[in-house]
Write a protein that binds this ligand. Sequence first.
Ligand code: ATP
Ligand code: MG
Length: 596
Amino acid sequence: MKDDMKSLYYLNKYLLKYKWYLIFGILFIICSNLFAVYMPEIIDQAADKISAHFENKNNNDLINKDEIWNSGIYLCLVYLSLALLKGVFLFFTRQTIIVMSRLIEYDLKNEIFDKYQSLSLSFYKKNNTGDLLNRISEDVTKVRMYLGPAIMYTINVCLLFILVITFMIRKNPELTFYVLTPLPILSYIIYRISSTINKKSEITQKQQSALSTFVQESFSGIRVLKSYNRESYFNKSFAEETEYYKKASLNLAYVNAFFTPAIVLLIGLSTLLTIYIGGIKTINGEIDYGDIVQFIFYINMLTWPIASLGWVTSLIQRAAASQKRINEFLDQEEKIINKKHAHTLEEISELSFNKVSFTYPDTGIKALENISFKIKKGQSLGIIGRTGSGKSTIGNLICRLYDIESGSIEINKENIGNIDINNLRSKTGYVPQDVFLFSDTISSNISFGLEHSPINENPIVNAAKTAFIHNEITKFPESYNTKIGERGITLSGGQKQRISIARAIIKKPDILILDDCLSAVDTEAEEQILKNLQPLMDASISIIIGHRVSSIMKADHIIVLDKGIIIEEGNHNNLIQKNGYYAEIHKKQLLEKKED
Ligand code: ATP
Ligand code: MG
């Protein structure tokens, strides 16, 4: 618990950044409370005036009615002005402290998001998306509740306490003592109820997110769900989940119901004590009527702040737990980083792997062993092999999504680790095997990798033409401005692949990696695309990964992978002559084509 609290220290840098908001906020709280504590004083004076009036009446002394009226109106005006001033300063308090919490929330979200963007793929493999989302949304919200309401209420309670108790003691220390005795019991009870409420609401929240995950899955998997006829099973599971949720919320409502009555009961006790003891003291002539009224007002003023103490404590506890989780992410050290003297390259003209071995750090799967090859500008490398043989891994390593453990990857004869990562990636056009397009227009998807979006459509159209998708795009209702993804049209697998090719080639990369990105198009389209790509491939280093011999047969050098090892290599003709694995799949695929 104490360690949790320490995690909140992380936020001090932000409090320092927005210190003026905090300082003014505290000043405004002081002002608003000063006006507030004078209000019962006015009530006291009014009550004294009235009681004096009645006493005089009994004495049959005719007193001036006008005078009573005038002082009544005067006190009313003072009271109203105090209330108004208190309100104005309360407004300013919220405008500073709550605004501060929102500003910090904004900064913290950006900080977390920046961190996420800088972390490597293995980090994303280890953490699930739901967790990452929670850090940046729910946890940050809880931290904001600490920075805003919790800080504000804590300062408020402390000040109000000091002020009110000073005022009460000045009036009558003994009465103050009696009146305040029930308050510690009150705050303890409220603390207990609040923590129970928190525990229960945590359970409800968890059940709520389980419910939304469930619903979300059933929506995104709706095609599978329907084709497997599992609707009734899902309905049943949903009913069970909601049943849990109902139970949890009813439980919460039950505890919640105790909250207000408990406060009212204890406040009532204090009020009763005030009237009883105050009454005796009035009879003894120690105090007057007005003082009793004033005390009752003070007790009511203390009610909410004390009631909120328990709530604030739990806000702080929850914020601390959230900040601890956030810190765990922020403290992650990024392993793939730029070295201090990383080079930037004008042009990439050579790429070589020298005895590269690689094991995925998170799964321990050995994906590559002793891989060597060399490609120069204008040359192409074809990679073929069984599924899981390590083909995509080579692509990942060239983009430096992972660092290798033995051997070396060299670019322009320089170790890949010495080259600026952003420079390397901006010169690489990578078409991943699992195509991902953003829910945006086709043109933004194609121009995604460009630093500045192009002035006109020309580069986008040219890239689309090369990727052999232009004609299909123009047939869409809004051509290049057609939205794709969740809210837009659904593209076929082959269309997606070709848009993703256009995205990679628009930036005229020095290294072009096509990872099995022709698998969903037919052989004729494949031939056309490869023909269109030829000029670009002549000016760059290209790596074509595929399952079909037809996609890679034109490459200058071909490697055949099996279980991470190169089992054959050479150009197409050499490999056919060798009559090994390559020749065998070539024969098979030719037969399949004839059967078509
Ligand atoms: P396919 O033809 O099916 O695309 P591939 O030749 O591209 O296969 P890789 O994706 O390179 O194969 O995978 C090689 C091995 O590494 C596989 O055993 C796979 O399970 C493992 N692997 C791939 N990606 C990861 C990853 N991100 N984390 C851990 N292990 C991985
Ligand atoms: Mg692959």
